[in-house]
Design a binder for this molecule. Structure first.
Ligand code: ZN
Length: 304
């Protein structure tokens, strides 16, 4: 470029490297200045805009990250709520099953005279199941109420089952303490009640059951209990007496050998003595007695 200052003008001459003619442009200096200002202004504006866009971009990016973070957390919370709803539902099912089991146990046991009174006293009907959590909308208050209701039903069920177990334990104890087995297997030679005396022509009341068995055969306690007497009794010979509680006692007489001591606890089926013919007896046999509240009862009512 060739510049030629001439007063307030400059001339630019353009000489092509071919045979084409040269040409020149003349412009005023003030125009050049103006153009410089415009260029500088444009540069400043561009720089400012770049800074502005950069900052905006950064802010937008940060806000976007924040939003996606929040969305992730919300999703996690939603997942948790669904999990709790599912858990509540399955807990409710289990509580319902427990209540049904409790009800059928009571139904099965209701005809047991030993249990009836105990079961009737405290039974409360299973409560109505609470409605399931609604899928639409998260009702925290309702969810809490449901959980509290489940907790209450579980507690009630725990009490019911404890009561059932206590009643069954009492029944089992009573069953164990009720004579129910044969003290010895053998032929019944004399039943309970009035009979002709084997020692004369008179009639007498026979207060037990005579069971014939070979001398020395083992005699079993017919129920759990505590030995209250082990010794010789006039007429009955060597005798063991056991108290079973609930006013029930058993006695085993005419034995040849006593294998327990007074005060000793025995279990149903324990061997307590051996068959003999001590006392007023005509041969080896066991005289077996059952007394309820001190009165002799027919032992045959207490044999399986
Ligand atoms: Zn007898």
């Amino acid at each position: 470029m060739k510049g030629n200052k001439r007063g307030g003008f400059i001339t630019l001459m353009i000489i092509p490297h071919s045979e084409k003619p040269t040409f020149s442009i003349s412009v005023t200096l003030s125009l050049i200045k103006l153009m410089k200002y415009i260029a500088a202004g444009t540069a400043v504006l561009l720089a400012g805009a770049s800074v502005y866009f950069f900052l905006s971009y950064r802010e937008l990016k940060a806000r976007n990250e924040e939003l996606s973070d929040k969305a992730g957390k919300y999703e996690a919370i939603q997942d948790r709520i669904e999990y709790f709803e599912e858990k509540t539902r399955s807990m409710e099912e289990k509580v319902k099953k427990l209540e049904e089991l409790d009800a059928s146990l009571r139904e099965m046991l209701k005809n047991d005279p030993a249990l009836k009174a105990q079961l009737d006293r405290k039974t409360s009907p299973p409560s109505q199941p609470a409605g399931l959590a609604s899928r639409s909308g998260i009702d925290r208050q309702r969810a809490l109420e449901q959980l509290e209701e489940l907790d209450r039903r579980l507690e009630e069920q725990e009490n019911n089952l404890e009561q059932l177990v206590a009643a069954l334990e009492a029944r089992n104890k009573r069953l164990a303490c009720t004579p129910s087995i044969w003290p010895i297997r053998g032929r019944v030679t004399s039943g309970f009640g009035y009979r002709r005396s084997p020692f004369g022509r008179s009639t007498e009341f026979h207060d037990g059951l005579d069971i014939a068995a070979p001398y020395g055969s083992p005699i079993k306690a017919t129920a759990d209990g505590k030995v209250t007497f082990a010794g010789y009794k006039s007429g009955y010979g060597y005798t063991v007496e056991i108290s079973h509680g609930y006013g029930i006692e058993t006695a085993y007489s005419h034995v040849s050998r006593i294998l327990v001591k007074a005060g000793q606890r025995v279990k149903k089926g324990d061997t307590i003595a051996r068959v003999g013919s001590s006392g007023r007896s005509t041969g080896p046999h066991l005289h077996y007695m059952v007394k309820v509240n001190g009165m002799p009862r027919n032992p045959e009512e207490y044999l399986d």
